[in-house]
Design a protein around this ligand. Structure first.
Ligand SMILES: [Fe+2]
Length: 342
């Protein structure tokens, strides 16, 4: 009996801790559509934008210029990492084009040695692959004794994912140090996550509707995500998609977000499927750039800009390996405030 009470108290303490920590999370988009949510969003947007504008790097996202409708293509944003002259990991910074487009690709990112180490990790992970006939459904996970946590998700009829969470200490050498320094240079603080997610997405036919295929923004403040792709990603392999320049925060940005929230609310109330959000930000389907890449590429995207996953548009079986690095957890409201008054 006492064990049951202890377990209950432990669970309550854990929930309270999570609720408390959420208060410090990086500001997120409003989840409701009503008058109160509107005023709360207005105040939050103004306050946090004022703070971001005091951070030298984040301030570059705020614009009065009208470059939003300039066209960029994949060659404008792709850099060969071998051709960059970097004398030390600390020497690296984002190319100027990143602040215009919101997205860049470093091809040939890992050296041969670091890449081989990474590929051996993938070989190791293949031992922990669920077979479809084992009838494992969403969010089933386990940890193994090497500290790898593993989840399996059936995304829709033809698409499934294995999600591996790996301690980021394994990414502490070679060019991964450059990755860490880029993150530090962007946020002004070392916010590299404790765990990185390696996701293996597989398809066995044309993909149905799926939430992650919707073109959307993640947050209303400047923020980045990184993706490392060990293998090439072609148009049929569900590449990441991005609308260059959509990360720029101009005078319409806040109103476009609220318009999107209103439209999504209306669709939900009328049981209509949610559609892409680019339309509410005054973009068209032609503005979407599929981020196809060669093997060994690092993609960096400002995810307060419009993005999504293209989806598998082919009958042929396909697969994609991608390492996700995101920084919302460690770069929280407190970090934002401190970065503004340094
Ligand atoms: Fe997203």
């Amino acid at each position: 009996m006492s064990i049951i009470i202890f377990k209950k108290l432990f669970n309550i303490a854990r929930k309270l801790r999570t609720r408390f920590l959420i208060l410090f999370d990086f500001p997120s988009l409003p989840s409701k559509y009503n008058k109160f949510a509107f005023y709360k969003f207005e105040i939050s947007f103004k306050f946090w934008s004022f703070i971001c504008k005091r951070n030298k790097k984040l301030a570059k996202f705020y614009t009065k210029e009208n470059i939003k409708y300039d066209k960029f293509n994949i060659s404008d944003i792709t850099f060969d990492f071998n051709n960059l002259e970097i004398s030390s990991a600390k020497d690296i910074d984002f190319p100027d084009i990143f602040y215009k487009t919101g997205i860049i690709i470093f091809k040939n990112f890992l050296s041969q040695e670091t890449k081989e180490d990474y590929l051996s990790l993938i070989d190791e992970l293949k031992n922990y692959t669920f077979q479809e006939n084992k009838s494992v459904l969403n969010q089933f996970g386990f940890s193994n004794n090497r500290g790898i946590r593993f989840d399996y998700e059936k995304r829709n009829k033809n698409v499934e994912q294995n999600i591996y969470r790996i301690n980021s200490k394994r990414f502490n050498h070679g060019e991964w140090k450059i990755c860490r320094n880029l993150v530090k240079s962007f946020f002004g603080k070392d916010v590299f996550p404790k765990e990185l997610m390696l996701i293996n997405t597989r398809s066995n036919g044309i993909e149905d509707e799926c939430q992650s295929k919707i073109i959307h923004i993640d947050r209303y403040l400047p923020v980045i995500k990184m993706f490392y792709s060990p293998f090439s990603i072609g148009i049929d392999q569900s590449p990441f998609q991005y609308i260059p320049t959509s990360q720029l925060i101009d005078k319409n940005y806040k109103d476009n977000i609220w318009r999107t929230i209103k439209e999504c609310h209306f669709k939900k109330q009328n049981c209509l499927p949610e559609s892409d959000h680019y339309y509410y930000h005054n973009y068209s389907i032609d503005d979407i750039l599929p981020i196809t890449c060669s093997e060994n590429s690092l993609i960096i995207a400002a995810t307060n800009g419009l993005h999504g996953r293209r989806g598998f548009d082919t009958e042929n079986p396909q697969e994609r390996w991608l390492t996700f690095m995101e920084f919302y957890r460690k770069f929280n409201k407190l970090s934002l405030l401190l970065s503004a008054f340094k």
